[in-house]
Design a binder for this molecule. Structure first.
Ligand code: ADP
Ligand code: MG
Length: 257
């Protein structure tokens, strides 16, 4: 469904802080094809979130350009949905209304909002929680609600910043499997930041690693595990020797300077 290529050219970013300039991204050239699931790993503080915010249009680059198809990215857009590390839900709205909030802003009618919200709540397994308030949900359920809200906007590109970082291992594994199934079903482009090597290799169709700050892309490999031309079932992927070998290369790339 996604038809537009995301192209980052000569990107650099520097923050102006009280103590002086903080160079966050050194020089990034990166092309993301429609339908790729790109995972990005790297040491803490290397500029991963900065890159994601630039792709989201929440920050403007100091140098360089980011384009989507033929158009430069100059701000946020409905074709790019952002999932943050901490779910930012409106505490006074029900889960359903939180999921529908963007649709309401776009003027979608009440019945259609409800139908769309409920469909996406079902996708993330939250049907029974639709009428509850966010504080009545566990962290994992709140994160599912945030993902449902982003999906309800039907973005071509989903930008995710360590979305499962704060979850317990079991919930994280379940959401990883659901996200992979969703990606296979929809063909959306996903850019997913993680500090977990296992998560990067398990989820990505392509794995990137960033150097310590100022961040550069120092590793870029395909991570498709195929058998007879078909994707290896997700519950077997972690047992493949190719999986372990790629994870080792990613780990090396993260620890090299
Ligand atoms: P990561 O997500 O990889 O942990 P970030 O992109 O959040 O890293 O940050 C990269 C660097 O930029 C860090 O050194 C961080 O302290 C700095 N930084 C991030 N945001 C700002 C800001 N608004 N002002 C000044 N420095 C910032
Ligand atoms: Mg970050």
């Amino acid at each position: 469904m996604t038809t537009q290529r995301l192209a980052v050219r000569g990107l650099e970013h520097e923050f102006r802080a009280a103590g002086g300039a903080v160079p966050a991204l050194a020089r990034i050239d990166l092309t993301i094809e429609p339908g790729e699931f790109v995972t990005l790993a790297g040491p803490s503080g290397c500029g991963k979130s900065t890159l994601l915010r630039l792709l989201a249009g929440l920050l403007r680059p100091s140098t360089g350009t980011i384009t989507l198809g033929d158009n430069p990215i100059t701000g946020p857009g409905a074709e790019r949905g952002v999932v943050f590390q901490r779910p930012a839900l409106y505490p006074w709205l029900t889960v359903r209304d939180n999921v529908a909030v963007g649709l309401k802003l776009r003027g979608v009618g009440r019945d259609e909002r409800r139908e769309t919200a409920d469909r996406h709540l079902a996708t993330v397994g939250l049907t029974d929680a639709a009428d509850r308030k966010p504080y009545e949900l566990s962290g994992g359920m709140q994160q599912r609600a945030q993902i449902a809200r982003v999906l309800a906007g039907d973005p071509d590109i989903v930008l995710m910043d360590e979305p499962f970082g704060a979850l317990d291992a079991l919930t994280r594994e379940r959401l990883q499997a659901e996200l992979l199934a969703l990606w296979r079903r929809t063909g959306k482009t996903i850019v997913f930041i993680t500090h977990s090597v296992d998560e990067a290799v398990y989820l990505g169709s392509r794995v990137l690693v960033m150097s310590p700050r100022p961040g550069r892309i120092v590793f870029d490999e395909s991570a498709r595990f195929l058998r007879d031309g078909q994707p290896v079932p997700t519950d077997e992927v972690r047992t493949l020797p190719e999986f372990t070998a790629l994870a080792a290369r990613v780990r090396d790339a993260i620890s090299e300077r």
